[in-house]
Design a binder for this molecule. Structure first.
Ligand code: DC
Length: 231
């Protein structure tokens, strides 16, 4: 079973995806981590962020290995652990420039489909998982929340990760800028057919996961009914 969860930064999709995958005992794929890893490498190697060909070549030449567990996401880039480095504000600010490049997307989408084919069952989260990468997914969710709420969640995550210099206003500004970029790029994609939209602004993470689980179980029950009618 392939389950996609798409949504903007801070919509709660990463935590929800991780917890849903743990509850269903299937793997979880954090596709944002892949874009972040390419952005980090571009920054580290001085690759110009306005050179699509150079960024595409960089993406092609980069080995990304992900270990997405129920409580952690470990990201190896060319053999180095970059799990923490890819979460910095600096990388967050520059990732959308990299994610905008069609060649980079092509390389990463292909990697994601390969992972999907190998695993067969997974919860995958990003922006385009239900629309572009896995259009035939069994259950597709789109999560959203107000920008204030999303900034609040992101701010607490950054503090927990030890980023003490950052202020709430900076995080809110960063979320709004990324929204502008994302909206231009993703607005048409965030409503793939058959998707279930959930506004998480006033929901706890526990409530979100319960809601997702309920939908997945409904889907599993409907499939079981179809199968038993056929036999
Ligand atoms: O979900 P996130 O904050 O880790 O995503 C980081 C960046 O990568 C963000 O700018 C959106 C982009 N992204 C994307 O373009 N496509 C995806 N499937 C996942 C993330």
């Amino acid at each position: 079973m392939i389950i996609t969860i798409d949504g903007p930064a801070g919509s709660g999709k990463s935590t929800a995806a991780r917890k849903l995958a743990a509850a269903l005992e299937i793997p979880y794929l954090d596709t944002g981590a892949m874009y972040r890893a390419i952005a980090l490498k571009a920054l580290n190697t001085g690759t110009p962020l306005d050179d699509p060909d150079a960024l595409t070549e960089l993406a092609r030449d980069t080995r990304i290995e992900l270990d997405c567990g129920p409580t952690h996401v470990r990201v190896m880039m060319d053999g180095h652990d970059v799990s923490e480095a890819i979460r910095s504000m600096h990388v967050s600010e520059h990732t959308s420039a990299v994610a905008r490049v069609p060649g980079v997307r092509q390389v990463l989408v292909e990697k994601q489909r390969t992972i999907g084919r190998q695993l067969k069952s997974l919860v995958t989260e990003g922006r385009d998982q239900g629309s572009v990468v896995f259009p035939d997914a069994d259950v597709k969710f789109v999560l959203d929340a107000s920008d204030m709420k999303r900034a609040e969640r992101r701010y607490h995550e950054l503090l927990a990760d030890g980023e003490e210099q950052v202020t709430f206003d900076e995080v809110l500004e960063n979320i709004r800028q990324r929204d502008d970029n994302d909206r231009r790029q993703w607005a048409p994609l965030l409503a793939p057919g058959r998707s279930i939209r959930i506004d998480t602004t006033h929901m706890t993470i526990h409530e979100v996961v319960e809601r997702l689980l309920e939908e997945v179980r409904n889907r599993q029950a409907a499939e079981a009914k179809v199968l038993s009618a056929k036999s």
